[in-house]
Ligand binder design. Structure first.
Ligand SMILES: NC(=O)c1ccc[n+]([C@@H]2O[C@H](COP(=O)([O-])OP(=O)(O)OC[C@H]3O[C@@H](n4cnc5c(N)ncnc54)[C@H](O)[C@@H]3O)[C@@H](O)[C@H]2O)c1
Length: 253
């Protein structure tokens, strides 16, 4: 897909990878619908997009709320006159061991709330936004692209029962949607970043973070703009479909 003048919805655009992808896509002359629960962050991202030469508009919406997501995509469609692509990026972590025990004594367990919160944002949110994007793309009768953000944690990462399950689900939905939507002219692919230099990773304790970095063959975290380059590639390459692209510095979990 050639991106100049195309309308791209980016969820989780108020910071981190979503913001970096917005700046990169703005530089291609795309129209951006920036979605997040953080309105202040959205305003900052919109300013950065304007500097990169793109037109953008912020939308405060919670990707886990079906009514809000339905209304969001209708508004974007009305504001921009169509929807060409979605970057399904909003996500959270609530890490913890399934059961933390010492000397045969259980100290803590992963709460149902932490499990559900991550599944609701990282899996259900991706489902809702993907479904609504597909509806408007099909009704619009033009080719479309959906880029889902999975993670290398989809392979199963210690301390991430909830997140690994959600991101494996995102990878699976990517394959299903690629098969179901190709006949409507919609491509679907995913990016699985390794550990990136964003606030999500800054929340990991320093000692654990240092251990992670030493296990990455390239010995550093990914810069957000390196993940944004991958999103650009997925959007532009018209033969990429149903695959998950790992951008991980060589780290395998
Ligand atoms: N940072 C990494 O190392 C890394 C690695 C692999 C995958 N990822 C994935 O990349 C994506 C972006 O990660 P990031 O590092 O930029 O995270 P981040 O925490 O910096 O940004 C996530 C954004 O999503 C928004 N968000 C959260 N819940 C939302 C909701 N219910 N509705 C709307 N917006 C919501 C937040 O407000 C925030 O702006 C996530 O899906 C994450 O799982 C990140």
């Amino acid at each position: 897909m050639q991106l100049h003048g195309k309308t791209i919805v980016i969820t989780g655009a108020a910071q981190g990878l979503g913001r970096a992808m917005a700046e990169t896509l703005a530089g291609q002359g795309a129209n951006l619908a920036l979605v997040d629960v953080d309105e202040g962050g959205l305003r900052e991202t919109a300013e950065l997009c304007a500097k990169s030469g793109g037109r953008s508009r912020g939308y405060a919406a919670d990707v886990t709320n079906e009514q809000e997501v339905e209304a969001l995509f209708k508004r974007v469609h009305d504001d921009f006159g169509g929807i060409d692509a979605l970057v399904n990026n909003a996500g959270i972590t609530r890490d913890g061991l399934l059961v933390k025990a010492r000397n045969g004594k259980v100290e803590t367990t992963l709460s149902l709330e932490a499990f559900r919160n991550v599944i609701t944002v990282d899996l259900t949110g991706v489902f809702l936004c993907g479904r609504e994007a597909a509806v408007w793309m099909i009704e619009g009768g033009k080719p479309g692209v959906i880029v889902n953000i999975s993670s290398i944690s989809r392979a199963g990462n210690l301390g991430q029962t909830n997140y690994s399950a959600a991101k494996a689900g995102v990878a699976a939905m990517t394959v299903v949607w690629a098969k179901e939507l190709a006949s409507h002219g919609i491509r679907v692919a995913a990016i699985a970043p390794g550990f990136c230099d964003t606030r999500l990773v800054a929340a990991i304790p320093t000692t654990v973070r240092d251990r992670i970095v030493s296990a990455i063959p390239l010995r550093r975290l990914a810069r957000p703009d390196e993940i944004a380059q991958a999103a650009l590639f997925v959007l532009q390459n018209d033969y990429l479909n149903g695959r998950v692209l790992d951008i991980d510095g060589g780290l395998r979990l």
